[in-house]
Design a protein around this ligand. Sequence first.
Ligand code: BTN
Length: 319
Amino acid sequence: MSQEKIIQFLKEAESYISGEEMSDQLRISRAAVWKYIDQLRHDGYEIAAVPHLGYKLESAPDKLLPYEISFGLGTKTIGRNIVSLDTVGSTMDEAFALGMKAAPEGTVVCAESQSKGRGRLGRGWVSPKGKGLYFSLILRPKFAPSQMAQLTLMTAVVLSEALENSAGVKTAIKWPNDLLSGGRKLAGVLTELRAEMDQVKFVVIGIGVNINASAGQLVPEATSLKIETGRSFNRVALLQEILRGMESWYEILNRGGFAPVLEEWKKRCGTLKKRVRVADAAGTVEGVAFDLDSDGGLLIRQDSGVVIKKMAGDILQLR
Ligand code: BTN
C-alpha cells in the first residue's frame, strides 16, 4: 500500500519530492521510504535522487504493474484488486484459482506473457512477452448460466469501443466476440464459469489484445495495433480504457439492460447479413446470418428457408 502511495506522490509531484515529506505523510521512516524507492527501481521505474531535493520520477517501465494500472483508473469495482504476473501458463487458470479462493468481483489478473495462452474451441493464444494485453477478470454476476452470452457479447462491445477510442482503430466484431481489423484477429475473448445448482458462482473473462507485436510474432490470421497503424501503443492506457468500459457496460447489464448491449453489438458487427458456416457439436449449418435473437443467439436462415439459432460454435464468414 505504501509503495502504491509513493508512486502516487512521485507521479503527482511537479518536480522533486523530499523523502521527509513522504515519510511524514505516510507515517513511515525515511529508511522505509528508501526501501520502497529501491523496490520501485527494481520494478523498472527510473527515479532520480538528489541530496536536499529528494526524488523525481524520470520514467515508468512498460509493464503492467498494479500501481500503473490503478493510477487514474477511476473505477469502483473493476480493477479494485490487480494481480500482475510475469510469465504464466494462462491467466485463466490463475484467475480461476483466485475465484475459488473468494477473490472479490473485479479482480484482474494480468501477465506479461503466457506459455499456454488459450483461445476458444481448444485453440491457443500466442502471447509474446510485453507485446499485448493478456488478462482475466473475475466477475460474480447474479445470472443463470444461460445468460452468459450477455457477458460475452458485452465484452466484445467494450473491446471494440476501447480500440476505437484509445487507438483510433475501427474493428468488426465477428460473432460472438472476435475483434477483426482488415479481416485479421486483433483481440479475442474467452469466458469460463464456475456454476453450482444452476447458479453462477463466478465468471472469468479472459481478454487478449495484440498491441505492439510484429507479424512474425503472431499467427498469420492475427494482427496487432502496431501492424494496423504503424505506431506503438501504451498497454496500460488501453487496459484502463477496457476496465472502465467493462465497469460501465456491466452496470448497464446489471440494471437489466441487455437490449442496449445488443444494439451496440449489432452496430459494430461484421457477421450480420453475411453467408456463414457454423460448426458445433450438433453439426454444421450454412446460411445467411440475418440477426441476433434477444438472448444473443445467432439466427441463420438456411437456403431452405429454415431458421436455426446458434448460441456458440466455430464460425466461418463466407461472403
Ligand atoms: C479467442 O479468441 O479464442 C479467445 C482468446 C482469449 C485469450 C486471452 S489472453 C488472456 C486469457 N488467458 C488465456 O489463456 N486466454 C485469455
